[in-house]
Ligand binder design. Sequence first.
Ligand SMILES: NC(=O)c1ccc[n+]([C@@H]2O[C@H](COP(=O)([O-])OP(=O)(O)OC[C@H]3O[C@@H](n4cnc5c(N)ncnc54)[C@H](O)[C@@H]3O)[C@@H](O)[C@H]2O)c1
Ligand SMILES: O=c1ccn([C@@H]2O[C@H](COP(=O)(O)OP(=O)(O)O[C@H]3O[C@H](CO)[C@@H](O)[C@H](O)[C@H]3O)[C@@H](O)[C@H]2O)c(=O)[nH]1
Length: 458
Amino acid sequence: MNVVVFGAGYVGLVTGAVLAELEHHVTLIDVDPSKVAMINQAQPPIFEYGLENLLQRVRQSGMLEASMDPSQAVQNADIIFIAVGTPPLPDGAPNLDYVHQAAMTIGQHLGENRTYVIVNKATVPIGSANLVEMWIDDGFVQKWGHPIPEGVFTVASNPEFLREGTAIHDTLYPDRIVLGADHAWALERLIDLYQPILDQTFEPPGDLPRPLGIQRIPLITTDRLSAEMIKYAANAFLSTKISFANEMANICERVGADITTVMQGIGLDTRIGSKFLNAGIGWGGSCFGKDLAALIYTAKEYGYEPALLESTQHVNIQQRKGVIKRLQEELKTLKGRRIALWGLAFKPGTDDLRDAPSLSVIQELLHLNARVIVYDPVAMDNMRKQYPHWDIRYASSALAAVDGAHALLVMTEWDVFRQIPLAEIMSRLDFPVIIDGRNIFDPQEASRLGIRYRGIGR
Ligand SMILES: NC(=O)c1ccc[n+]([C@@H]2O[C@H](COP(=O)([O-])OP(=O)(O)OC[C@H]3O[C@@H](n4cnc5c(N)ncnc54)[C@H](O)[C@@H]3O)[C@@H](O)[C@H]2O)c1
Ligand SMILES: O=c1ccn([C@@H]2O[C@H](COP(=O)(O)OP(=O)(O)O[C@H]3O[C@H](CO)[C@@H](O)[C@H](O)[C@H]3O)[C@@H](O)[C@H]2O)c(=O)[nH]1
C-alpha cells in the first residue's frame, strides 16, 4: 500500500520505517529539513535501539523516503498517518496547531478520484477525529474553492502505545492494535495494512527477535471516540500505577519496610501484575504528564472533578521534590556543594529530555547555588542544545562526574551505572552521600562501605 506519515519524530519515523520493512511504500513528510536529510541518508535523528539498521534496510530497498513536499505522495496515498506532536499548553490542553497544519496540508493535496483513510496516530483529545475531518475539508476548500466530494476520505483513530527505547520492538510485537473507524471500508484497509503484524507473518529482524509465545496480536476495533479514550486511559492507568508505587515507597520509608520486596509481594498477584511498580523519583517523558493533564482538562470541560488523576499528578510532583529534600537532610546547605548527577534522559534507552525528572532537580540545585556536574551516556548533546544557558558542567564519564563531588544523585537507571562498583564511587566522592533515585544499588553493601545511602522507599 502507499502510506504517507506526517511527522518523522519518535512515533512517525518508527511507524514509517516498520511499515516500509513490511513492504509498504512509505513517504515521511516533515517540516524539519535537517530531519528529512538525515533520514534520507539513513541516519536516525533520534537515539532508538535498532533504528539505524532498520533505516539502512528500508532506504536500501527503496521502500521509505522522507520529504518536505507532500503533494505527490498525498495524492497517491491509500493511508495517511498524522503523527505530529501534540505538546501541552500551560492550561493542560494539548496544542493541536501541528495537527491542524498537517490536516490542512493533507486536504490541499487530496485527489477526487481515490479514497483515502486518514489516521490519527498522534494522541489527541477525545472527539478530535471530527476536528481533523473539518480541517481536511477546510484545506481542500482553500485549494479548490468547493467542499471535498462525499466518500473521498474518512478519518480513523489508531492510537500508538510504543515506549521510547523499545519503540521498534513495540511496533513489531505490540500488546494490541486499536482501530477506531466509522466506516467498514476504512477498517478493512487498516487491517490489511497491519496484517503482517496482526498475524506475525513477517520475518523478524536479526536484532529484534520475536518474543517466545507471540502468535497473533489482539485487535480491538471500535468507534473513534472509544479508541481516542483508550489511549488516555492507558497512560492514566500506567502513571497512576507508578504514583501508587511511589506513595507506598514513601510510607515504607517511614515504617522501615523495603518497597522493592513489597512491590514484588503485590506484583505476583496476577490481578495486579509486576510491571510499572518500580518506585523512584517519579515518572517523566513526553507522554505521561501531557496526557494526564489533557485527560484532567477534558474531564473538567464536562464538569467532572477527576480526583484520582489529580492525585497521580500531585504524588509525582512531590516525588521529584523528595530528591532535594533527602540531599538537604544529608548535606544541610547545598550552597557551593559539588553535586554529581547521573542520568539526564527521562528513562534509559533514549536521548529524550522531555519532562525528565533530572531537569526539575537540576533547576532546583542551581536555584540553591549548588555546582552541578552531569553525565549521561546519550542525552548530553540534547542537553547542551536545548539548555545552553544552564550553568552546569558535563563530565566525560560517570566516574569523572563523581571525582571530588559532595554527593551523587542517580536520576536514570542506565545499565552502565549499575555496573560501577560502589567502592569505586565511594573512593572518589568527597562526602560519601548517594541519593539513589532509581534504587539501582544495594543498600546493605552501601552501608557496609560506610556510604550515607538514601534510596526511595527502603
Ligand atoms: N514519543 C512517544 O513515545 C509517543 C508514544 C505514543 C504516542 N505519542 C504521540 O505521538 C505524537 C507524536 O509524538 P512524537 O514524540 O513522535 O513527537 P516528535 O516531536 O518527536 O515528532 C513530531 C514531528 O512532527 C513534525 N511536524 C510538526 N508539524 C508538522 C507538519 N505540519 N507536517 C509534517 N510534520 C510536522 C516535527 O517537525 C517533528 O519531527 C504525539 O501526539 C504523542 O503524544 C508519542
Ligand atoms: O515502574 C516504573 C516504570 C516507569 N517509570 C517511569 O515512567 C516514565 C515513563 O516510562 P515508559 O512508560 O517506559 O516510557 P514512555 O516512552 O514515556 O512510554 C509511555 O508513554 C508512551 C507515550 O504515550 C506510551 O505509548 C507508552 O505505552 C507508555 O509506556 C519514565 O520516566 C520511567 O522512568 C517508573 O518510574 N517506574
